[in-house]
Design a protein around this ligand. Structure first.
Ligand code: NAP
Length: 376
């Protein structure tokens, strides 16, 4: 997954654009009521009463986890709304070739893969709205989800909001993103055969990625802002023993130079403030990720870094709220693992809703019996 949208073939981008335009129109298309029993089966944008529409499940986020979950829940005839967020399709929309997603022996463009997933979810009845959730209320039932333009209600919620790679924060970073700057060695490493590579960071990810990148690169230099690593001892030892890896201690990336592609990285020593120019074909930023969980703060249990903590597979601390993908998984962070988690969570949602319905029916029996007795 290397280049950004700007480097994609026009044909593909046009397809993506058209899909988006068509999609906005399809938001107003009422869903066949037969699919959903006697409930109103439309997005609230076509809801004449303007009262919140109740969904069996609302999926927040539209990366591989969200769309895969949508395929499963809508195929199981659950009334499903996917709220796609600010970047419909997630991180893969800003990448080009994906070589490690199974089923595509010649690779597939990230946006094309995500369009396919989106269409597959829609095919089974998922309603997708390109909006952003601004507030959730998990304290009342049904749960209340507020976006910029609508209020929705849901019996269950599945959070697939993912995580974003932490950025260096220098102006050149965005300019060279996808042109030599990468945030995922597993995804992009094979594109850097024979190159001199720099890796920024001193945690497990940076050291693991640097070691992985030695398979492809001519040399790998780790730029770290301190003089010792945060990474686990075993990973450190492996890196120190690797003849292809060198360390630039107490150093930060000050600038990136190049034309269409990255050519040089300016590295600054933070103690003596001197700068050196290092020629490099690739710069991998591995300084951690930020889970996209700010809107759930105070409503769900999270770890100290803000990742949602799970119990019983995909359940969160609130009964009826589930999570899947990078929003809880800081270890694997692959499209295929996120899709797998999406599938697991969807199956858990379905089981939870079925069990809840059965419980509610059981609770109804004494009331009905009493009613019949009173009338007879
Ligand atoms: P991390 O542990 O938070 O490490 C981030 C690294 O980037 C730190 O060395 C930090 O420096 C540096 N850093 C942060 N902000 C920076 C900035 N603005 N400029 C320059 N450097 C910056 O993140 P991670 O390595 O992605 O790991 C995340 C979690 O996943 C950890 O719990 C880790 O153990 C786990 N993980 C485990 C494995 C494994 O077990 N095989 C593999 C990968 C990840 P300082 O050290 O100075 O703070």
């Amino acid at each position: 997954m290397l280049t950004f949208l700007s480097m994609l073939p026009n044909k593909l981008l046009n397809g993506w654009y058209l899909l988006h335009c068509n999609h906005h129109m399809s938001n107003n298309t009422p869903v066949n009521d037969d699919d959903y029993g006697d409930e109103s089966g439309s997005d609230s944008s076509s809801n004449p009463t303007n009262l919140p529409v109740l969904y069996d499940v609302i999926i927040i986020g539209s990366g591989p986890a969200g769309y895969t979950a949508g395929v499963y829940t809508s195929r199981a005839k659950l009334k499903t709304l996917i709220i796609s967020g600010t970047l419909p399709g997630g991180q893969l929309m800003t990448t080009s070739e994906v070589e490690n997603y199974p089923g595509f022996p010649n690779g597939i463009f990230g946006p094309e893969l995500m369009m396919n997933m989106r269409q597959q979810a829609e095919r089974f009845g998922s309603i997708i709205t390109d909006d952003e959730v601004v507030r959730v209320d998990f304290k009342q039932r049904p749960f209340v989800i507020t976006t910029h333009s609508q209020i929705y209600e849901a019996e269950s919620v599945l959070i697939c909001t993912g995580a974003s790679p932490r950025k260096l924060g220098i102006p050149a970073e965005g300019r060279f993103a996808g042109r030599g700057v990468s945030y995922c060695a597993t995804c992009d490493g094979p594109f850097f055969k024979g190159e001199d590579i720099l890796v920024v960071g001193g945690g497990d990810t940076a050291i693991e990625e640097a070691t992985f990148l030695t398979k492809f690169g001519k040399s790998v230099k780790i730029v770290h802002r301190r003089d010792s690593l945060r990474a686990s001892k075993i990973l450190q030892d492996k890196a120190f023993e690797n003849p292809k890896i060198k360390f630039l201690w107490n150093s930060v990336v000050a600038d990136i130079k190049g034309g269409k592609k990255i050519a040089d990285v300016i590295v600054k020593d933070i103690n003596n403030k001197t700068e050196q120019t290092i020629s490099a074909g690739g710069l991998f930023v591995a300084i951690g990720h930020e889970p996209n969980t700010s809107i759930f703060r105070g409503q769900l249990e999270m770890d100290d870094k803000g990742y949602i903590t799970l119990k019983n597979q995909t359940r969160t601390s609130v009964d009826g709220v589930f999570a899947a993908g990078d929003v809880h998984d800081y270890r694997y962070r692959q499209a295929v693992t996120a899709a797998g988690f999406g599938c697991m969570a969807a199956l858990d949602v379905e089981k939870w809703l079925t069990e809840r319905k059965q419980q509610q029916q059981q609770q109804e029996i004494p009331k009905r019996t009493q009613y019949i007795q009173e009338r007879s």
